[in-house]
Ligand binder design. Structure first.
Ligand SMILES: [Cu+2]
Length: 481
């Protein structure tokens, strides 16, 4: 389970600094080298993408909560890079977001960073540069890797752990295309949001605009291998296996099921649930994580895979093989199931009321940017340059804030808040509490509310995690005043 990390290269003496320095003669705890390398997804499917340490996914980094780590990041590519520590409560100089002021890792340059990992749980790291129209850049690449921060006390009751990163490769652009929506529950939409969105879309099409670009993929992988081309997960009857599943996609929502088995979800986005919840399968928006225990009580050779037949046939699955079982891996068609975040929480509103409520309206301007859709929050698109912009929302340390999001578009948006965790307090009209996350899917024409405590001063980026949305305006900044 150890991560494969190379020894740091000897460069020059380190400068004294709190969180960041130049890599030097003192060895770092971990080294990550960003470089474009061939990756074999299957014997006849070898692609060339930017990777961490020449592998996909990047090495699993296991940290201990609160125990300081030093990491050297080398950038062996020709473009500036940002390495974002997704889901961690760390400072802006190392969070890995140029919008918050984190310095870029220069092309053919290096940066040493140091921080105390927190909170405990399943996190990840990924590139945080814009791709725009360049589908080799940003998270379309192979720059994604899992992080596990061990809690000070380990409450686990399982026999082994398995980390799975779901990710597509070979992206292409197309005009329009509909996103599956019908898995989200409640399905309740807001008529006013739908009407305004449809009015704006009609007006755009009437002016002769085509539908804005969407991204699709040819190759689908679990842990960088297409279904049937990686090592199976070998299990024994009676084992309890804890799966840590990461949707590492740049743009896609993924589903996952294992015929004959039920998932007992214990944490989402790495944060423990009030109680484990059993579900027949999983849905994960871009950048979401699920920790779930599977009891191995249905012997056979099975495909754990995506519900979408096309995506599974193109590789989105992995084989689960029981000891002693033989034969071709089997998939059984699954009964559709709904994904309702409120299932994982308490069916009551949170006891704490916010000190202030921020209203946010999400809108799409069809094909407004050279054929790409432009995205706005309260009518404002984040500037096209990847730099700090004027913060739109202001925080006072220690106060509790509610963000009321209204989605006037037909897309699902996996919304992410940097450097803070938030609590889901209302999803499509339904109150809930006790679910702490850092990404939440907001359904088409739906509303959602999240609460967070301003407990980590500094610029704080809020954005849709769908690469095509964040790159074309769907971002905003909070500051502490
Ligand atoms: Cu989005």
């Amino acid at each position: 389970m150890g991560s494969s990390v190379a020894l740091p290269r000897l460069l020059r003496q380190p400068r004294p600094a709190e969180n960041a320095a130049t890599p030097g003669a003192t060895p770092a705890d971990y080294t990550l080298t960003i470089a474009t390398k061939p990756i074999e997804l299957a014997p006849n499917r070898i692609i060339s993408v930017a990777t961490y340490n020449g592998q996909f996914p990047g090495p699993l980094l296991r940290f201990k909560e609160g125990q300081r780590v030093t990491i050297d990041v080398h950038n062996d590519t020709d473009t500036p890079e940002q390495l974002h520590w997704h889901g961690q409560l760390i400072s802006t100089d190392i969070d890995g977001s140029a919008e918050e002021g984190t310095p870029f890792i220069p092309p053919h340059g290096s940066r040493r960073i140091s921080f105390e990992p927190k909170p405990a749980g399943f996190r990840f790291y990924h590139t945080h540069v814009r791709a725009g129209a360049n589908l080799a850049n940003g998270q379309y690449s192979g720059l994604v890797g899992p992080v596990y921060i061990e809690p000070k006390q380990n409450p686990g009751n399982y026999d082994r752990e398995v980390f799975l990163t779901l990710k597509e490769f070979q992206p292409t652009l197309s005009r329009g295309g509909d996103m599956a929506q019908d898995f989200l529950s409640p399905a309740q939409t807001v008529a006013a949001l739908k009407e305004s969105s449809e009015r704006s879309m009609k007006a755009s099409l009437a002016k002769g605009n085509p539908h804005g670009y969407e991204v699709g993929y040819d190759l689908f992988t679990v842990n960088g291998r297409m279904l049937g081309h990686g090592e199976p997960i070998r299990v024994k009857t009676g084992q309890r296996v804890l799966f840590y599943i990461l949707n590492g996609s740049a743009t896609e929502i993924r589903s996952l099921a294992l015929p004959g088995h039920t998932f007992s979800v214990i944490a989402i986005d790495g944060n423990p649930l009030p109680k484990p919840v059993r579900v027949p399968g999983l849905w994960l928006g871009t950048a979401e994580r699920i920790s779930a225990v599977l009891e191995m009580n249905h012997p056979g050779v099975w495909i754990m895979g995506d519900l979408a037949n096309d995506d599974r046939h193109q590789g989105m699955g992995i084989v689960i093989e029981y000891a002693g079982a033989k034969g071709k891996p089997q998939w059984l068609s699954q009964k559709p199931f709904k994904w309702n975040y409120a299932l994982f929480g308490n069916p009551t509103a949170p006891s704490a009321q916010p000190d202030e409520v921020f209203e946010m309206l999400f809108e799409k301007q069809n094909a407004a940017l050279d054929g790409f859709n432009q995205w706005t929050i309260n009518g404002v698109a984040y500037p096209a340059d990847q730099m700090s912009a004027k913060p739109s929302f202001h925080l006072h340390e220690g106060k509790r804030y509610r963000i009321r999001m209204r989605n006037a578009s037909d897309d699902i948006h996996p919304i992410h808040l940097h450097r803070h965790s938030f609590e889901l307090t209302r999803i499509a009209g339904q109150p809930t509490s006790g679910i702490f996350k850092d990404v939440v899917m907001v359904g088409g024409y739906q509303e959602a509310e999240i609460d967070f405590v301003a407990n980590n001063p500094g610029l704080t980026l809020f954005h849709c995690h769908q690469q095509l949305h964040m790159d074309f305006g769907f971002m905003t900044l909070f500051d502490y005043v």
